[in-house]
Write a protein that binds this ligand. Structure first.
Ligand code: 13P
Length: 249
């Protein structure tokens, strides 16, 4: 039985003082042994947010990181720099980074490997555009993205990875995938993982759904056999996020 993992992706929102107060209010409401909960915040908010995540057993994530440790990469942040901030997770290859910052599958693969080597749990994002869904190539696209992200990763390391299936057309639009669409996509990703690694490994890897998740649709999504939690954007900026974490009521 895979433990659900529900992660907040704050994206580029809030300022540090606001983040500190919000996390102090939200974290106790999200403290539960039943679900893994993670707050993925902008780098400059790691310190203030950590004060509330750590005591409440909540993970602390970054939304991006570089695959090298040091060097001439202006504006980037590496894993040794994150070491003393209590970071546990790293979102890798979010569609917004692929789209607006030209992140390639190769860079995403390198970042995934680096996160694992640094002891972080990568949350690797995959997902199709509306054009791809309409052209009926969703499953092929997810297969390619998943395979390229996993190049050179062992089955033992793969077990630590979380995959986030985020259809681009559902992100920030209020248009959530139907439970059937989300389940079908997540199941197809698990099939690919079984091909790359093996069936027992694929059964251990957690696959989240992301895209307009709210307290109203979370429980239905989480009832699907291949959906092991969510990566939540907009609703994670409000106390509503605790309702998603406590979806069982
Ligand atoms: P929304 O929940 O705002 O649709 O964002 C989803 C997302 O991109 C999480 O990474």
């Amino acid at each position: 039985m895979r433990k659900k993992i529900i992660a907040a992706n704050w994206k580029m929102n809030k300022v540090p003082m606001e983040a500190k107060d919000f996390a102090a209010e939200l974290a106790p409401l999200c403290a539960t042994p039943d679900v893994d909960v993670v707050f993925c915040v902008p780098h400059v908010m790691l310190c203030p947010v950590r004060k509330s995540t750590t005591p409440n057993g909540i993970g602390l994530g970054v939304q991006n990181m570089h695959f090298d440790e040091f060097g001439a990469y202006t504006g980037e942040i590496s894993t040794p720099m994150l070491e003393h901030f209590g970071v546990t997770h790293a979102i890798i290859g979010h569609s917004e980074r692929r789209q607006y910052f030209n992140e390639t599958d190769e860079a995403i693969n390198k970042k995934t490997k680096k996160a694992i080597a640094a002891g972080l749990i990568p949350i690797v994002c995959v997902g199709e555009s509306l054009a791809q869904r309409e052209a009926n190539i969703t499953i092929e696209h997810l297969r390619i993205q998943t395979k390229l992200a996993m190049v050179g990763i062992s089955a033992t390391d793969a077990e630590k990875i979380v995959i986030a299936y985020e259809p681009i057309w559902a992100i920030g639009t209020g248009v959530v995938a139907t439970t059937q669409q989300a389940e079908e996509a997540c199941a197809s990703i698990r099939t690919v993982l079984a091909e790359i690694f093996d069936e027992p490994t694929a059964q251990k890897i957690r696959i989240q759904y992301g895209g307009s998740v709210t307290p109203d649709n979370a429980a239905d999504l989480f009832a699907q056999p291949n959906i092991d939690g969510a990566l939540v954007g907009g609703a994670s900026l409000k106390l509503d996020f605790a309702k998603i974490v406590n979806y069982k009521g």
